[in-house]
Design a binder for this molecule. Structure first.
Ligand SMILES: [Zn+2]
Length: 310
């Protein structure tokens, strides 16, 4: 398998302060781990380019884009909400994160790669059509889905989200859209406190109680996601790859291990191989402890590369 690895060296310029868990060190930990294990060297590496206004407008309101621009400070750090902070460079880096997802989609549709992993930040899945929240400014995975439909003729896009937090932003943008299936597993009850009980027909909610371990997670995914995916038969699989459901992660209380992230990544690839000519694009969401984040991302990339777990 050829896996594209898309990132950008300027990502540390979006920096929300030394106390903030969504920090540049996250990507540095991932890079260090992947280099040490030799996994990064097996990928096709490239740099993201910024998403354009038109590409962002497919999923965000004009008012949202203008509000973000108006809020951007000339210096220092200003809060949009309690945990989403902006520096002068934040919007450019956020456009690079959305642009990475677009580049991943272009790579797989142009047959330059079988699949792609976008190692960028800030994450995106909490950003709603008109609201930035939860460390997210633009909804990267939604921007990717809209690009695939508009530029590459995708008709059935499955978005699989195994971040510990439910993807309220992705649901806000695509609820009741029959061309998009959203499968989301998450700790419940928990942040984001929006859309947790969403009943839209294209949303598969998989709530998990605090303390859930790997075997119960796998049973829940098999029971809820697989029937919906086989029924939907996606022609593109997108993955919101958050690794904060790891038992070592400080922000939540699910108890998954590296091997569970390998397992769920394999499941996503199996669906992509069966229905979508292998097309799969994965975008980093959460994951806040350097060591476990590096190991989980390595497990995810090994699955994408078609390598065994160990
Ligand atoms: Zn998360």
């Amino acid at each position: 398998m050829i896996t594209a690895y898309i990132t950008h060296p300027d990502q540390p310029r979006h920096y929300m302060g030394s106390e903030h868990p969504e920090s540049p060190q996250r990507l540095e930990a991932i890079r260090a781990r992947l280099l040490r294990s030799g996994t990064l060297q097996q990928t096709m590496q490239s740099e993201a380019v910024e998403a354009s206004e038109a590409q962002l407008r497919r999923v965000h309101s004009e008012a949202h884009l203008r509000t973000l621009e108006r809020c951007a400070p000339e210096h220092g750090i200003i809060p949009l909400d309690g945990d989403t902070l902006m520096t002068p460079d934040s919007l450019r880096i956020a456009r690079l994160a959305a642009g990475a997802a677009i580049k991943g989609v272009d790579r797989v549709y142009r047959h330059q790669a079988d699949n792609a992993f976008c190692a960028m930040r800030p994450p995106g899945h909490h950003a709603e059509a008109a609201t930035a929240m939860g460390f997210c400014f633009y909804n990267n995975i939604a921007v990717a889905a809209a690009h695939a439909r508009s530029e590459h003729g995708a008709r059935r896009v499955a978005i699989l989200d195994f971040d510990v937090h439910q993807c309220n932003g992705t649901i806000d943008i695509f609820q009741n859209d029959p061309g998009v299936l959203i499968c989301t597993s998450f700790q419940y009850p928990f942040y984001p406190w929006r859309y947790l009980d969403c009943r839209a027909p294209n949303v598969v909610n998989t709530p998990l109680p605090a303390g859930t371990e790997g075997p119960a997670f796998r049973r829940a995914i098999e029971a809820s996601w697989l029937p919906a995916l086989h029924d939907f038969q996606p022609d593109l699989v997108l993955v919101s790859a958050g690794f904060d459901a790891h038992r070592e992660d400080p922000l939540a209380e699910l108890c998954l291990g590296d091997e569970d992230f390998y397992w769920v990544s394999r499941l996503a690839i199996d669906i992509a191989e069966r229905y979508a000519e292998c097309r799969l694009v994965s975008v980093l969401e959460g994951g806040y402890t350097g060591d476990a984040l590096g190991r989980s991302t390595e497990a995810h990339l090994k699955a994408l590369l078609g390598l065994p777990f160990d």
